[in-house]
Design a protein around this ligand. Structure first.
Ligand code: ARG
Ligand code: GLU
Length: 691
């Protein structure tokens, strides 16, 4: 039915399934790769896939020693580093380095998962399905089949987990079997002035000089099984770990990225691209600008608030900036018009086939969906982003389940600044009134404005009357209070907007979502038939993928060429004690002054097609050795989640040699290097001997 991975895709574009990498291995070979498909993915022998993990809920990590040592990004380890931090031990600010395994810090809740195997289970999932069935019936057939398959495989006691994922809009299904480890300890992290150097100013940009890495270690039972944290666990011995290449990178070198990209939408209708680039992104950017400005104001006034809001601020800023690059990229590429042109050709081809009329139908669904969907995005970016409201609903959830609220309460107030929340409330709820599409503005908004006269007065009422601003009162709450809690102004507001969503928005979103799901499944199949010689890769869905390309600079604007490798010299050029994002540690200045390190490479660019979730992914050379850790894309190329452009799309990685330099010379944790294997052999120790 489908032609998976036939002839060549456009150079460098694509996130390929490792189990099918044999279909790409010739193309990779032509670009310089010297590995076989079995080296990359094998179920019979140890292969590189056994050295790659999904780290936490949305990053990638890689194993670099036979003692479970794991590398990922600083921003992926950030919340764990923060949780171990306080004003006295500020590991975010000063960095953290365990002096020995005994000093490594456990992180409850953090898991990593290895992929054991993946396989096509499409036929099995569709057993019992008839083409005459409705979408709901199809879903329940697939759900039942997948539940029984998963049940037959999972073994929680051994950490074996399985999931069935739909690919190509559910034209295909794959089973993924994982081993999940839950004793993962923090080994080291550079100070933020290195790990987040350039901060949100440089985020998503080149030239880049961020040492965005952190180091963890996986622990297991003495016989190598996954287990919850226990002092008797021992470092895990992985089937495979990466060797580290210290040979460096040059323009044109082959590289590939092995990791877990989260979500892409390469095959959507032009209407969706238009909505994202011209409606959704610009409005969400404006809402987040309001929040970020308020946070920044308070963070610059107080060291304590800076620590409290560092992670929150980074996560709000991150998508905010990405959306800016994305909507600009969509406009620059003329991506909407290009999709429309493609759609015209498709429609012509579709005449007289079962695909005739499909595109107008998809367009109509998008148009019916858009106002409600935009309102829903407003809800997320406003009401659901007011911290006190979210917290109130979490507390009630816990009470309803009979759970203790002590932990969440302590955690919430540790990182809460009420003034920020109050100011944010006013700014974003005013924007809500202006931005939600006409006719969809809910009574729970207009009534409140009528009653209080202004958002400011409404806010005052909520914060003054709610118990949720008071830790002692929250701690005293019990199940007996559940009934009257619904009248608390914070919860009352949360519930009213939730009801609005349920009654006015959800039905439209769910209905159009269902229609889109089956229409897009058809359209995906149609696109594959329309271009039978093109290799289609499935959209990202946090499953393991291989993207390959070359080390390469790019031309961001006319007359400017960006070299692909940045150096320590550039850090010194940016260094400025008066600017928070560029204030490097004194020890780095001293090392630089002492001489001999200006050419130390820091970050590099390549043409690998990556996305959010690829953070922390191993960047690998033609021989399968680790040369870097992926952490970002360039701003001009962030539309690659929708449309890939080889001229502008670049992934950004930290050069592995910079990581070694930081561990040894800033962290003083050279003991970690002794666990690693270097190519050329012994080059890691040479590095040490050079000091
Ligand atoms: N842009 C990168 C990513 O999408 C890095 C984000 C963390 N860094 C930051 N400055 N916020 O995750
Ligand atoms: N920093 C991103 C992440 O957290 C990766 C960059 C991207 O989106 O490509 O996964």
């Amino acid at each position: 039915m489908l032609l998976f991975g036939a002839v060549a895709a456009r150079a460098d574009e694509g996130m390929w399934l490792p189990a099918l990498i044999s279909q790409r291995i010739d193309a990779m070979g032509q670009m310089g790769c010297r590995l076989s498909a079995e080296d990359i993915y094998s179920i019979n022998q140890a292969s590189l896939k056994d050295a790659v993990v999904l780290f936490g809920g949305g990053c990638t990590g890689e194993l670099v020693s036979d003692r479970g040592l794991l590398l990922t990004n600083h921003h992926c380890g950030y919340s764990y580093i923060q949780r171990h931090s306080s004003v006295e031990h500020d590991y975010l600010k000063d960095g953290f380095w365990a002096g020995s395994p005994e000093e490594e810090l456990p992180n409850p809740g953090l898991t990593v998962r290895f992929l054991d195997r993946m396989e096509d289970v499409t036929a099995l999932m569709l057993r019992g399905y008839e083409p005459s069935m409705s979408e709901e019936q199809r879903d329940s057939v697939v759900e039942a089949n997948s539940a029984s398959l998963i049940r037959s495989i999972e073994n929680p006691a051994e950490g074996i987990r399985a999931s069935v994922e739909a690919l190509y809009y559910a034209n295909q299904y794959y089973l993924f079997v994982y081993r999940v480890f839950s004793d993962v300890r923090l080994v080291g992290a550079p100070p933020s002035s290195i790990g987040k150097f350039g901060g949100d100013t440089d985020n998503w940009m080149w030239p880049r000089h961020t040492g965005d890495f952190s180091v963890f270690r996986i622990y297991a039972t003495p016989d190598g099984k996954p287990a919850a944290y226990s002092p008797s666990n021992v470092p895990y011995r992985p089937r495979k770990h990466f060797r580290i290449s210290t040979a460096g990178v040059r323009e044109g070198d082959f590289t590939f990225v092995y990791g877990c990209p989260g979500s892409t939408r390469e095959y959507v209708h032009s209407e969706e691209v238009r909505y994202i680039g011209e409606v959704s992104d610009p409005q969400k950017i404006a809402l987040r600008t309001l929040r970020l400005d308020i946070q920044k104001k308070y963070m610059s006034q107080s060291q304590a608030v800076r620590i409290q809001y560092s992670a929150k601020n980074a996560s709000v800023a991150n998508a905010w900036k990405k959306w800016q690059g994305e909507s600009k990229g969509i406009a620059r590429l003329g991506a909407v018009a290009a999709k429309q042109e493609y759609e015209r050709r498709f429609e012509k081809w579709a005449e007289g086939t079962s695909y005739e009329g499909l595109l107008p139908r998809i367009k109509e669904i998008h148009q019916r969906r858009e106002p409600s969907y935009l309102a829903y995005e407003y809800l997320n970016e406003t009401v659901r982003s007011i911290e006190i409201l979210r917290f109130a609903s979490e507390v009630r959830n816990a009470l309803e389940r009979g759970r203790s609220t002590e932990g969440i309460t302590a955690q919430f107030f540790k990182d809460y600044c009420q003034s920020i929340d109050e100011e944010t409330f006013v700014a974003i709820m005013e924007a809500f009134g202006k931005g939600v599409p006409a006719g969809l503005l809910p009574r729970c908004y207009t009534d409140k404005l009528a009653r209080f006269g202004s958002v400011e007065a409404w806010k005052k009422y909520v914060f003054k009357k709610s118990v949720f601003t008071n830790p002692a009162k929250v701690k005293a709450l019990g199940e007996k209070d559940l009934k009257r809690l619904g009248k608390d102004p914070a919860l009352e507001m949360w519930d009213a907007f939730q009801a609005w969503f349920e009654q006015d928005l959800r039905p439209v979103i769910a209905q159009t979502g269902k229609e889109l799901k089956s229409a897009m499944r058809e359209y995906m199949r149609g696109q594959m038939e329309f271009e039978p010689s093109k290799a289609f890769y499935p959209d990202a869905n946090l499953t393991l993928r291989v993207a390959y390309g070359k080390v390469s600079g790019y031309r961001p604007v006319d007359a400017v060429w960006y070299n692909p490798v940045s150096t320590l010299k550039g850090i010194i050029e940016k260094d400025n004690p008066d600017i928070f994002d560029y204030n490097i540690p004194q020890v780095l200045r001293d090392i630089y002054e002492a001489g001999g390190v200006e050419d130390q490479s820091v970050c590099f660019l390549a043409t690998n097609h990556t996305s959010g979730g690829n953070s922390g992914s191993p960047v690998i050379n033609a021989d399968g050795d680790l040369i870097g850790i992926n952490f970002d894309r360039v701003w001009e190329g962030t539309m690659s989640d929708l449309v890939f452009d080889p001229d502008y799309c670049r992934n950004i990685s930290i050069d592995i040699r910079y990581l070694l330099f930081i561990i040894e010379r800033i962290g003083g944790a050279g003991w970690l290097l002794e666990e690693m294997d270097f190519v050329p052999a012994g080059s890691g120790t040479v590095l040490a001997a050079n000091q």
